[in-house]
Each structure stands twice: as structure tokens, then as C-alpha cells.
Design a protein. Structure first.
Length: 110
């Protein structure tokens, strides 16, 4: 009878030891996941910061002042004066469909 009691105590001790090992493993796994989550969050913050700086740079490069300066220095362009502007008048639309050369009906094809 004495052997059965020590076996039960040993099994109970093994069960407690196994459950504690499982708890420690689970907590260490959770801490590992939290560390990786923190890394991802910091990478995301860095990427958002980089994105914001790229947007600001794009806005600077697209600014009218910069485009004028680059167009003037690199391409020799300038802002047109009133004498440089020409007003074009629009032709009235052609109302007769047969007057158009690409009209298949006027070619006798159908």
C-alpha cells in the first residue's frame, strides 16, 4: 500500500510540474509575440514617417515656384506675356454627316 501512495504523489508532482512548464512556455510565447508586435509597430511608425516626408518632398517638387525655377534655368522657359498669347476661335461643328470623309454611308459601302 505504501508504494501506491508514493506513486500517486509522484504522478501529482509530475502533473503539477507539467502544468507549470506549460504555463511558462505559454507566457514565454506570449512575450515573444509581444516583442514581435512592438517591432512591427516601430517599423510601421518609421514607414509612416518616411511616407510623410516623401509626401512633403513631392509637394515641394510639384510646387509652382520650383517648376518655374527649373523650367527657366534648365529649359529656358518663361511665363508668357500678353503679346505671346494667341486666341483661337473654334470652328462651327459640321452638321451634315455626309460631309465627313470617314462616313461609310457616303462611300457607298453600305
Amino acid at each position: 500500500m505504501r508504494g501506491q501512495g508514493s506513486i500517486r504523489v509522484a504522478l501529482a508532482f509530475a502533473a503539477v510540474l507539467a502544468s507549470l512548464t506549460l504555463v511558462i512556455w505559454r507566457q514565454s510565447r506570449a512575450l515573444e509575440l509581444l516583442r514581435s508586435l512592438d517591432e512591427v509597430r516601430s517599423e510601421r511608425a518609421l514607414a509612416e514617417s518616411e511616407r510623410a516626408s516623401l509626401i512633403a518632398r513631392a509637394q515641394l517638387l510639384e510646387s509652382r515656384t520650383r517648376i518655374r525655377a527649373v523650367a527657366g534655368s534648365s529649359l529656358g522657359l518663361r511665363v508668357p506675356t500678353a503679346e505671346d498669347l494667341i486666341t483661337l476661335r473654334r470652328r462651327p461643328p459640321v452638321r451634315d454627316g455626309a460631309a465627313r470623309p470617314w462616313n461609310i454611308a457616303s462611300l457607298g459601302g453600305g
